[in-house]
Ligand binder design. Structure first.
Ligand code: CDP
Length: 136
């Protein structure tokens, strides 16, 4: 942890479809890191359980419902940005209800694990790519 910087907890997900492709989402104009491709998710609010935050974010951003039991073990990303330190667990999820639709991002893309490295990502997300490639 970097001294003096506030810590921000963001939860993110690798949604994996029946063909083994992973969903990535392009950050929209006007936001920090616009144009980069991230694993969907968002900030955990005070008093909120991380899994509940992820379920809420996926409903808001993608219009899907995920059962907590479908959120599998995760790996942590940790990165010091200029003004905060990001801690970001990545969950794996293969089952959801509803159809994935783009509600908040510039674009969505389903990509094979070995193609993830072709998409520029925020520095916090980048180390997760190798982990996913090995796992999937
Ligand atoms: O919507 P807002 O930008 O306030 O929050 P967010 O995008 O969900 O996450 C807060 C910050 O965490 C972003 O500004 C990024 O710097 C970082 N982040 C990241 O590095 N990778 C992600 N997959 C999501 C967020």
């Amino acid at each position: 942890m970097s001294e003096g910087l506030p810590t921000v907890l963001v939860v993110a997900v690798a949604l994996v479809d029946a063909d083994g492709r992973v969903l990535i989402a392009q950050r929209p104009e006007g936001k920090q890191l616009a144009g980069l491709w991230e694993f969907p998710g968002g900030k955990v609010e005070a008093g909120e359980r991380p899994e509940a935050a992820l379920i809420r974010e996926l409903r808001e951003e993608l219009g899907i419902d995920v059962a907590e039991a479908c959120l599998a073990p995760f790996v942590f990303a940790s990165h010091a940005y200029d003004s905060f330190h990001l801690l970001m667990p990545l969950y794996l999820c293969r089952r959801w209800s509803g159809v994935v639709r783009n509600r908040e991002h510039a674009a969505l893309k389903w990509v094979r694990p070995n193609q993830l490295a072709d998409f520029p990502m925020p520095p916090a997300d980048e180390p997760l790519v190798a982990w996913l490639r090995d796992l999937l």
